[in-house]
Ligand binder design. Structure first.
Ligand SMILES: C[S@@+](CC[C@H](N)C(=O)[O-])C[C@H]1O[C@@H](n2cnc3c(N)ncnc32)[C@H](O)[C@@H]1O
Ligand code: SF4
Ligand code: SF4
Length: 348
């Protein structure tokens, strides 16, 4: 398939995501379902809330996930992504889950990874199990900058894994998409062209996107990390998550925010005790949608995320959250050492 067509496909997928109906009782989603197989990571990217996460480390229960996948498929869900707040290759059973998802009937199974643990052997297993796309997150064009941004000296290894994917696809005649994502910060903005020039040959498409306050958990990025000024007061990112995306945490909870519920502050149902369908239409989820539609999100994580604020917030349900000190969310104490060591960095 030619590169242009693949770019259009990716853009179409993004547009479909933005094409959601904001309503109190949305139809059951059929496109997006993100599963957090494990909740830890082997990297510490300077812009990611994973380094702040204080939840107990764990892996999802296999039988529970298989049940949830069956329910989701019966309800019409067609796509499943094995990634969320953490690193999917930390899960030894990743390939098995990809196969189970394909056997269950999911049409599109995808993974987003930092790629460091994605050895040729493990990639083969995941690809041969039927993964439809693999996206590598590589946030620098040189190993020096990569080490600073990711916190680990894995650039060459990750590039070799990406390259292996491309070569294996050709030699073994496998069909899947191969993407790279590059989050733009002030530290790597100057390496974009270099990255394109050297590495675009190893994938179908590279998406370059500016860093943002993902899940309201990394507000420091605007004065310390971003290469662009903070969004103005009128900034409002429409969030499709509440209306057409299913998020499953490693505890087996349904979260309203499949991509960024690092502390369990947006848990709407416990799927160990209830069905996916009942969770989607639970009073808690409906209540949250109501607040979103009435623009009254104050006091919730979504408020900071949507309006790029730094105001204290509470979980939807304290029983399912791991309470975090707001100072740790807002001040990024863990980052100071790394930023101060960056050559020529004076802060803002
Ligand atoms: C949270 S990671 C989890 C999967 C895997 N560990 C990885 O890095 O691909 C999922 C995606 O979120 C992106 N991400 C994390 N923090 C971000 C931020 N503050 N702004 C924009 N993208 C972010 C990562 O670059 C990655 O592409
Ligand atoms: S972006 Fe991915 S690799 Fe980086 S710290 Fe977050 S979860 Fe880990
Ligand atoms: S608005 Fe809420 S649900 Fe949407 S991405 Fe932000 S924190 Fe997650």
């Amino acid at each position: 398939m030619d590169r242009k067509r693949i770019e259009i496909q990716l853009e179409e997928r993004m547009k479909t995501r933005m094409n959601f109906q904001e309503t109190l009782h949305p139809v059951f989603p059929h496109k997006e379902m993100l599963v957090e197989l494990v909740n830890g990571c082997n990297h510490k990217c300077i812009f990611c809330a994973q380094s702040k996460m204080t939840r107990k480390r764990r892996e999802i229960d296999k039988n529970l996930l298989l049940r949830i996948m069956r329910e989701a498929h019966e309800l019409g869900v067609k796509e499943i992504g094995f990634y969320s707040t953490s690193e999917p290759f930390l899960c030894k059973n990743l390939a098995m889950y990809v196969k189970e998802a394909k056997d269950t009937g999911f049409e599109y199974v995808y993974i987003t990874t930092n790629g460091a643990l994605a050895t040729p052997q493990r990639l083969k297993e995941v690809i041969d199990s039927g993964a439809d796309s693999i996206k590598f997150s590589i946030n620098a064009g040189t190993s020096e900058t990569y080490k600073f941004i990711h916190g680990y000296d894995d650039f060459d290894k990750v590039i070799s894994h990406l390259r292996f994917c491309k070569e294996y696809r050709e030699s073994a005649n496998r069909i899947f998409k191969l993407y790279v994502s590059y989050i733009i910060t002030r530290f790597n903005v100057g390496e974009i062209e270099l990255f394109k020039e050297r590495y675009s040959r190893y994938c179908d498409y590279i998406s370059f996107n500016p860093v943002f306050n993902l899940g309201g958990m990394v507000p420091e990025i605007y004065d310390r990390i971003s290469s662009t000024p903070p969004p103005g007061k009128s900034f409002k990112r429409p969030c499709h998550n509440l209306f057409d995306s299913i998020g499953i945490t490693s505890e087996g909870y349904l979260t309203a925010c499949g991509c960024a519920d690092f502390q369990g502050y947006l848990i709407v149902a416990d799927l160990n005790k209830t069905s996916l369908y009942d969770g989607w239409y639970s009073d808690k989820f409906t209540g949250l949608r109501k607040r979103y539609l009435a623009d009254s999100l104050e006091g919730l994580q979504c408020f900071n995320c949507v309006y790029a604020n730094k105001l204290p917030y509470e979980p939807l349900d304290r029983d399912y959250a791991t309470i975090i000190d707001m100072a740790d969310v807002f001040t990024a104490r863990h980052l100071n050492n790394r930023l101060n060591k960056y050559p020529g960095y004076t802060g803002m």
